[in-house]
Design a protein around this ligand. Structure first.
Ligand SMILES: O=c1ccn([C@H]2C[C@H](O)[C@@H](COP(=O)(O)OP(=O)(O)OP(=O)(O)O)O2)c(=O)[nH]1
Length: 203
C-alpha cells in the first residue's frame, strides 16, 4: 500500500517524493501543491495583485523560498491554460531556480494579448514549478566532435515550415495570413476567453 505522501507512478510502482525545505515569505500563502497525482509541476501563486496591459510585463512574488538539495534545480514553467486563454507568458521560460538560491521565487509574467489586459488577484495561480535532477558537467575541449545522424542540421532542417522559406522571415515578411481562417480561430479563443478569470483560480 502506498503511504500518504507517496505518488503512484504511471508505470513502475510508487516513488517517494523528494523532501525539499520551504520557507514562506508570506505567512498566508498556500504551499505549492500538485493538482493531480502524476503532475510534473506544482502551482505557484502570486502574493500581489497586478494588472498588465497588452504587451506589459512585471515580476510577481510567490511568497516562497526553497533550499533544494545539491544536484537539483527547479524550473518555473508557464501554465498552458493561462497562455491559451489570456496570452500570459513567462518572459524567461523556464526560469531556473538554483539549488543554492534562498531568495523568494519570483515569476516574470508578460501579457502577450494584443488587446485585453489581464488581472491577477492575490493567490491566483500564475506558474508551475518543476523540480528536476540536473547534471553538473565538466567541458573537455576537442578539435572534432564525434559524428551523428543530425550533424549540424537544425532550425527547421527536417522541414514542416513550407509557408515561409528558410531565411526569408526577417528580410521579407509574408503577406498577412488569410483573414477568414484567422477570424475563425480568433472566435474560438474569444469563446474560451470567457473563462479567463476562472482559469487563474482553477475553477
Ligand atoms: O524565473 C525565475 C528565475 C530565477 N529566479 C531566481 C532563482 C535563481 O537561482 C536566481 C537567479 O536566476 P538566473 O540565474 O536565471 O538569473 P541571472 O539573471 O543569470 O542572475 P544571476 O547573475 O544572479 O545568476 O533568481 C526566480 O526566482 N525566478
Amino acid at each position: 500500500m502506498p503511504g500518504a505522501d507517496e505518488v503512484p507512478g504511471a508505470v513502475g510502482g510508487v516513488r517517494r517524493p523528494l523532501e525539499v525545505l520551504l520557507r514562506r515569505t508570506d505567512p498566508d500563502v498556500p504551499l505549492p501543491s500538485y493538482q493531480h497525482p502524476g503532475d510534473a509541476g506544482c502551482d505557484l501563486v502570486t502574493t500581489e495583485a497586478a494588472e498588465l496591459a497588452p504587451g506589459e510585463r512585471t515580476v510577481l512574488p510567490t511568497g516562497v523560498s526553497l533550499a533544494l538539495p545539491d544536484g537539483y534545480a527547479a524550473f518555473v514553467h508557464p501554465r498552458s491554460g493561462l497562455a491559451a486563454r489570456c496570452g500570459v507568458a513567462l518572459v524567461n521560460a523556464p526560469g531556473t531556480v538554483d539549488a543554492g538560491y534562498r531568495g523568494e521565487i519570483k515569476v516574470i509574467v508578460a501579457n502577450l494579448d494584443p488587446r485585453e489586459s489581464v488581472r491577477f488577484e492575490r493567490f491566483d495561480r500564475i506558474a508551475q514549478l518543476v523540480v528536476q535532477q540536473v547534471e553538473k558537467v565538466r567541458f573537455r575541449e576537442v578539435d572534432q566532435l564525434p559524428g551523428s545522424a543530425r550533424a549540424a542540421g537544425g532550425f527547421g532542417s527536417t522541414g514542416g515550415h513550407a509557408a515561409r522559406p528558410a531565411g526569408r522571415a526577417a528580410a521579407a515578411p509574408e503577406e498577412p495570413r488569410d483573414t477568414p481562417q484567422t477570424a475563425a480561430q480568433q472566435k474560438d479563443y474569444v469563446a474560451v476567453g470567457a473563462d479567463r478569470a476562472s482559469d487563474l483560480r482553477g475553477q
